[in-house]
Structure formats: structure tokens, C-alpha cells
Ligand binder design. Structure first.
Ligand code: AVJ
Length: 321
């Protein structure tokens, strides 16, 4: 299912064209993740301000026994799918625990990056040789079809890291509906939702002192420069983060520090920026319990259980159809 690079590039080109000729300008956060972006996101997850990683890690560690009993046992086999598996660092807590128990399961990590899947497979073979791993390469959209066709075993679908937060509520509900459509009776979804908290804590997580998030945000411009022959000058843009404590929406922007023109030769396009004009690049939605229950209901899912860390910084929810 590996798409050829030229198709991917033209989708990228098309969306960049669309976003930079719109008013106000925008780019999709899904384009952060080339090789550099993957590495920068690893760095973000390791930084002290980015509390999400440790919070979810603590939840998985604390509740692994309870999760094991929901997922299956020696007589009730299951497949553990993971959307956007990345390096699987958090999932390994569960995999390690499950593999030490008499549980019958295989791990089916899903990622768009074949590279990421290969190194994940290597590291699982090495660190957790008992775990049976069967990776699936593709976009969420493509692979949901694949997952839907696999009916031999109970399905447990992981979607960690509050990745759902890149979607506005209506899109998130659509996504949950698509997930629901691949579930049969007894199948489960286990999903992480970052929770509302002190607004400063959230701003700090997306505007770290070392400038890693700034580099991550600006990487999308570097990518346009390289893949679409653009000439963005990165130091002519500011990384800017806002958080609305009412809606729970954190938004990332690139803000033009001075009027400028940017040429994107690969798209045969010239873009002008006024001083302080913005490019909106990402939303990182924060939730509260009511909103998650509301979204689940809208998607036709039932909340079977929920798990949080001590300060309710973060919650993982278990859904069934
Ligand atoms: C991978 C979407 C969960 O929004 O927290 C981290 C990406 N952006 N810092 C998030 C991200 C800036 C992250 N997600």
C-alpha cells in the first residue's frame, strides 16, 4: 500500500497551495512529520514541559493489570492495533506486562512511516522477543479498511498521545464514528485525551524555553523549501502559541515579523505576507470529562471505563460499541 512519492508530494503541494493562498493562511499539522519532524517530536516528548508523555506513561503503568483483564487472556485472544505507533515507547509498558502473562495476542502497529515501523519491529524483537508483531504501513484512512476486514480475533485499538487533539470536535467525532465502524461486539478502543489544566502549564508545553517546539513548527517551512523549492526565511517568522481555557483549544501559529514575499517555485507561486500576518499550523485540543462523554455519545460509542493520573492531567478512556 506504499504510495509513490510523487503522489504524496502532489497532495502536499496541493494542500500547501490551498492553505497559503487562503485568508487567513493555514497549513496542516500532519505535514510536520518528515524525518526531521519525527526526530523533533521525539525531542518534544522528552522535554520537561511536555507533561503529556509522562502522564500517559504513568496511567498505563498504573492500570496495566486492569487493562489486561479488559483486553483478553489465554483463552480469549486479541489483536492489539495501534494507530500512529511511532517508537511504541509507551505501548511497550503494556506489551512487556502482557507478554509475561499467559495472554494470547499479537501487536499490530500502524504508521505511515515504513521506517518507523521497521525500527519498532527491530526493537520489539530485541527487547520483547515473545511479542508477536505484525506491522501495517499506511494512513489511518487506508488501514481502517484493512482492520475492518480482519475478523478472526477480538480487536483492541490503541490511539495514544492525545493525537485526537489535532482534530476539531466535529472531525474528531467523524473519526470516532469511522473507528466504531470497524468494531464488532466485544471489540475495544483505548484512547488518550489530554485534559484541561492550568493554562500556563499548557502554554509552556507548546512554547518551551529551549525552542524545540518552535523548530518543530517551523520545520513545515523547511519542508516546503526543500520539497516544493520554496524560499521561506525561518527567522522572519515567530512561533506563537495561544490557549483558550474556555474551549480548551491550543493553537500554534507562525507569525510574519515583517512584510515579505515568498516564492514557491515547485508550485509556481508567489505569496505575500503583511507584517504580523499569520499561518495557523496546529490545534492541540484539551478536553474535560463532559466533552469526551459527549463526543463518545455523538459517535455512538459507550464509555466502558476511564483511567487518569493523580492530578487528572490526562485521561485514557476505554470505549466499546
Ligand atoms: C502528537 C498531536 C499529540 O498536539 O500535543 C507537540 C503534537 N505539537 N508539540 C500535540 C505537538 C507541538 C502533539 N500531538
Amino acid at each position: 500500500m506504499q504510495k509513490d512519492t510523487s503522489t504524496q508530494k502532489s497532495t502536499f503541494g496541493k494542500e500547501v497551495h490551498e492553505g497559503l493562498t487562503a485568508y487567513p493562511k493555514y497549513l496542516s499539522s500532519k505535514y510536520f512529520y518528515d524525518e526531521t519532524g519525527d526526530q523533533l517530536f521525539q525531542d518534544i516528548m522528552a522535554m520537561p514541559e511536555y507533561y503529556l508523555t509522562n502522564a500517559e506513561y504513568a496511567i498505563l503503568d498504573e492500570h496495566k493489570e486492569s487493562l489486561a483483564s479488559y483486553f483478553g487472556d489465554a483463552k480469549n485472544p486479541f489483536s492489539l492495533y495501534e494507530l500512529g505507533a511511532g517508537d511504541g515507547k509507551k505501548t511497550k509498558i503494556l506489551l512487556r506486562y502482557f507478554s509475561e502473562k499467559p495472554m494470547d495476542f499479537d501487536y499490530r502497529p500502524i504508521d505511515i512511516s515504513q521506517n518507523a515501523l521497521e525500527s519498532l519491529e527491530q526493537s520489539i524483537h530485541h527487547e520483547l522477543p515473545k511479542v508477536v508483531i505484525n506491522p501495517i504501513q499506511g494512513t489511518y484512512f487506508e488501514t481502517l479498511t484493512t482492520i475492518g476486514q480482519e475478523t478472526a480475533r477480538k480487536k483492541v485499538i490503541l490511539f495514544l498521545g492525545s493525537n485526537i487533539g489535532n482534530l476539531l470536535h466535529p472531525q474528531a467525532i467523524e473519526f470516532l464514528k469511522k473507528l466504531k465502524a470497524v468494531l464488532r461486539e466485544g471489540d475495544l478502543i483505548f484512547m488518550g485525551f489530554d485534559q484541561k489544566k492550568h493554562p500556563q502549564t499548557i502554554l509552556n508545553a507548546y512554547n518551551d524555553a529551549a525552542g524545540i517546539t518552535e523548530a518543530f513548527n517551523k520545520n513545515i517551512l523547511t519542508r516546503i523549501n526543500r520539497e516544493l523549492e520554496g524560499d521561506f526565511k525561518l527567522d522572519k517568522f515567530l512561533h506563537w502559541e495561544v490557549y483558550d481555557p474556555e474551549t480548551g483549544t491550543a493553537k500554534s501559529f507562525l507569525v510574519a515579523k515583517e512584510p515579505q514575499q515568498v516564492s514557491i517555485a515547485g508550485l509556481n507561486l508567489k505569496i505575500t505576507f503583511d507584517a504580523w500576518e499569520t499561518i495557523h499550523t496546529e490545534i492541540s485540543q484539551k478536553y474535560d470529562d463532559r466533552v469526551v462523554h459527549w463526543m463518545a455519545k455523538e459517535a455512538g460509542l459507550q464509555v466502558l471505563d476511564q483511567f487518569s493520573d493523580q492530578n487528572k492531567t490526562y485521561q485514557n478512556y476505554l470505549f466499546k460499541r
